[in-house]
Design a protein around this ligand. Sequence first.
Ligand code: HEC
Ligand code: HEC
Length: 640
Amino acid sequence: MRKTDALLHNARSPFFAVLASMTVAACGGAPAGTDIVPSEINVASSEAAATTEDGLADAYATFKTALINDGFDQFFTMGIGFHPALSTEKVVGASGQTPSAAVTLDFTTTNVRSTIIGGPANLQLDLWFVKNVAGSGRTVRPETGDLLFKVGSFQPISGEVGSYSISKDVGTNINFDLDMVVVTRRGQSPTASRVLVGSRTLFEKRFFREKLGKTLDPVTGTLANNVETTDALVERGAQLFFNETFGGNGRTCGTCHRAERSLTIDAAFIATLPQSDPLFVFETNPALAQLEDSTLLRQRGLIRENLDGFEDPTHKFVERGIPHTLSLSLTDGRPNGIEFSPQLQLGWSGDGAPGRGTLNEFSFGAIFQHFTKTLSRRPGVDFRIPTQEELDSLEAFQMFTGRQKTNNIDNLVPREARASNGKALFFNQGQCQACHNDLASTTIDNNFDTGVRNLTPELPVDDGAAEDPGGRGQGTFNVPPLLEAADTAPLFHNNAAADIEAAVAFYVSDTFRNSPAGAGFNIVLTASQQTDLAAFLRVLNAAENVRQVRKRVDFVRTHRSSGNTSLLTAAIADTGDAINVLSAKGLNAAAVSELRDVKQTLEIAKGNADANRPSFMQHALTFLNLAKGELFSANPDNQF
Ligand code: HEC
Ligand code: HEC
């Protein structure tokens, strides 16, 4: 036991004695209005909620740097693609695929140019900018009253059947405050014809408005108070994510991406849910009988996805695990040089994502896929079409959760010898960083065919991403971030790896070695090296849980709110995750002990009135810092 630990250990015993007696007092029915405050504890004054913070400051800073480095502030390029819920028709080219398109706004010349490839011959098309105008009964779909600007008409590119282009000086309209670009049939308005669409992301809108000295629109609607920020847009997004059904079958985003389950769920958790949970709506509603496969969902946590189109939803589908939606600002399709849509960034493979494939559009795709009342999926009938404001808020919340900036793993030294050895293996012999570069301080933008789909031949064929114009091939899957992996098992797109050890073992298997991506690697790790590598990922995961818990605890310390009880529930769950991730393999016993103290403190605080919670939070913060200190012997950048 180190000195600090010994000191705190002594200090701790009376603390818990006090806490315990308080719980008893509370249970014993202290007179209403009586403040139960531990006398021996120095109570932190509850600071009044500060002015509204920018909950996305870190994510936006990362985005802005990348945007400017890529020169996108001068030549802003975005893709445009088919959108199952917004397109009014589906045209396909000779390959059987919907066309891809890109549009570039050249701020140096005020010229707008766009190219469409892979379409059918003899199309007559126009290019439009659309700005959604908020108002009662209005939606993200272009409607009368929205601001519409026609850029001009596409011309066929001679010698290239199915390709079209336009280049036009739009003058000051280069600064048109657009929400989306729309390709229409010639002579038709975007309110009536939408062949291809592509949306600007929230951060792009923020950037281009900032450039003109403008801010984002004010936030309206109900705000959640159980998210650890006072950023109204994020609070609005959290409200929608966990409560909004969009007039559909009763599901919300939180039905599958649960706050207390690291924004995912697995079969063990599913088994605890009552039949009335909207996850199971297809089991009782005949119109939705084939929305999911009940056995695959209940036994393996797999969800049905119609990624290759909704024309034949009961035969054309894949079955995939639910990914967590943490740290999306590091893996989302930021401006990244991929000009044509859709971007292959979101979901396990990126295909099937609507329009340009951004997070803004992906949420609408999730409503279309999962919220519908019938498999006909009629927008406005089987579910409500979201508003632009709702999609922007959902995007804000999803950019908020998890990490908003990459870590510098280089300088970290795990205290546990196995994890420290695992770190060396990860970066050298294991060659993991070749693909998983979120641990090498960059954002992720890669997809590969590592052969994972061959682990589950009994499932419907999943060909991953379709061939895209960027040349990224069929059968590939996105590289997920790894700090979040250890407590979000089962892992891989088909939930084929039961835990982090199984995922590591996969990379020394013949399945990986014989795969298109694996053929270029020869990863050799002994059984004990595999355990060490996994131990490293477990320690990092515990550290990230500590960071997330601290954020919530600090918020509860300084803000009085009825939402704090559910914030504490999430913090308790994440503390439990950190404990399990470490203790399952006997790692960092001292950190586990500190984390148990954190958990106990949070549980007692949860049983107390909100007014009394700040002092508990102060103690939880102390234990969290001790736990962090136990995880790393060197942490010069003070991460996590
Ligand atoms: C019925 C379960 C279910 C519901 C409800 C659901 N999702 Fe998902 N979500 C999934 C599955 C399965 C995937 C993987 C899809 C794929 O691979 O294309 C996914 C993937 C995602 C991803 C991609 C994450 C990543 O790392 O790339 C995001 C973002 C997302 N969902 C957001 C949402 C939002 C927003 C909602 C609500 C509008 C929602 N989801 C509702 C099951 C669900
Ligand atoms: C050739 C690129 C590549 C290399 C090398 C690589 N990975 Fe992966 N990794 C991927 C891809 C792609 C996926 C998604 C696979 C899927 O679900 O089909 C993945 C998924 C994972 C997952 C699952 C994450 C989740 O949330 O489900 C873990 C864990 C993982 N890799 C760990 C490792 C480790 C450890 C190493 C080094 C021994 C490694 N990877 C090497 C490409 C790679």
